[in-house]
Ligand binder design. Sequence first.
Ligand SMILES: Cc1cc2nc3c(=O)[nH]c(=O)nc-3n(C[C@H](O)[C@H](O)[C@H](O)COP(=O)(O)OP(=O)(O)OC[C@H]3O[C@@H](n4cnc5c(N)ncnc54)[C@H](O)[C@@H]3O)c2cc1C
Length: 489
Amino acid sequence: MADVVIIGGGVVGCMIARELSRYQLKIVLLEKEDDVASGTSKANSAIIHAGYDAKPGTLKAKLNVRGNPLFDKICSELDVPFKRIGSLVVALTDEELKALDELLERGKINGVPGLEIINRERLFKMEPNINKEAKAALYAPTAGIICPYELTIALAENACQNGVEIRLNSPVVDIKVENERMLSVITPGEIIHTRYVVNAAGLFADEISKMAGAEEYSITPRKGEYLIFDRRFGGIVSKVIFPTPTKISKGILVCPTVDGNFFIGPNSNDVQEKDDVAVTQKGIEEIVNGARRLVPDLPMRHVIASFAGLRAVSNTDDFVIEASKKVKGFVNVGGIQSPGLSSAPAIAEMVIEILKEEGLELKVKSDYNPERPQIFKFRHLSSEEKKELIRQKPAYGRVICRCETVTEGEIIDAIRRPVGARSLDAVKRRTRAGMGRCQGGFCSPRVVEILARELGISPLEVTKCGYGSEILKGRTKEFIETGGVAGAK
Ligand SMILES: Cc1cc2nc3c(=O)[nH]c(=O)nc-3n(C[C@H](O)[C@H](O)[C@H](O)COP(=O)(O)OP(=O)(O)OC[C@H]3O[C@@H](n4cnc5c(N)ncnc54)[C@H](O)[C@@H]3O)c2cc1C
């Protein structure tokens, strides 16, 4: 019998799991995919917003402003890269100048510190590559950038170290309620009896709520597409550069990443399917045109990848965070669209308050450890440190991903960590192997080999991102089956 079952291993579910792991509780987190951070939390703009954009009085505004300052401590405890680089909303027309005043006013009402409107001269000093027609900008020094999947993985690992059971490949297919109280959660592999359920299922939270017979709301997927550029051009901007926002989005931006690249995007288009993350030609044109308004001279020949993410837009147009009035013990955490990443720490605090009000007893554990052991990156070591490490453990001397300088030792560590990598994409999210200029062209076959060896499976069973995405097929499969590749069974 669990005390709390959390459905969904995105940044929200994992942040809640980590917060709850402070207490003497049996907690189970169920994720339908083969890794945490497999939904919206892996594909977004990665910005910890300052909080001036959301409408005053909404949960989005309140939780964004509360969440933002919590990131320094969380990221230092979890050894996750986070840079408070600040953001600029750039006005190019007189109309847009008025929008800056409105945003400044809204920011003040929301309680955002340090906001100011800066003139052209100061703007160009900060960002020399900005469109020369820029008239002024709203500067928000508290905005930051993070790696959203590294954060999610780190939260899951720390929760796991503190006793949370994380079950991957565990889609919730039914929820049983008895006398209007939570009874159990069902996956294809097990029935888990539980007193409380937290529904953090992202795009599917509406379906989970319906499954439990709790309050009904709808979630529409709203796609955002991106292009990411080679690290050589990472210095094109130093802050997050926004246009003035539209009614439905913060607009197409130009933004550095914590890994030294930069990206442009996202656009904002409602789509039918909750798994439609295809990048389209039309979408690419839209984001290139949008980004060129801010930074006209983009190095378009140095785009290294494209991707898309889906916002979970609820029909209430705000986060849906509440205890069900129909099913005792069921808590909805749905409609977590932007700024959901920035708000995640405050969402977790709020959910814990709700669970307490609903009767969950919270006794602090004496051995709770908020710190995740440091994950070292070979490429960040000095020459002397590298030499010494290779002498002790030769696997760190074999570079597997040449673009990002990722060694075999780091890939093995990623597989053996508490919520270890089981697929090519999971290795990529933990080590960056395959994220460089060649996008895995050289290293993928070697990573497949290492995964197969470490997991004790055939290379034929190694997947890109879980069951059904096996990498070796067709003639290659026959080649391996006839013993063509060393180690194949
Ligand atoms: C284009 C775009 C840009 C964005 N930019 C920003 C930004 O810059 N800053 C910001 O603050 N926010 C941003 N966001 C919003 C942010 O990404 C989300 O709010 C956040 O990632 C939501 O996290 P989540 O955990 O609720 O959802 P998810 O990450 O989608 O996690 C939900 C999980 O539930 C799992 N699941 C679903 N159904 C089941 C089931 N039946 N059983 C078990 N598991 C299930 C899914 O597989 C998934 O892993 C952006 C979003 C998009 C799409």
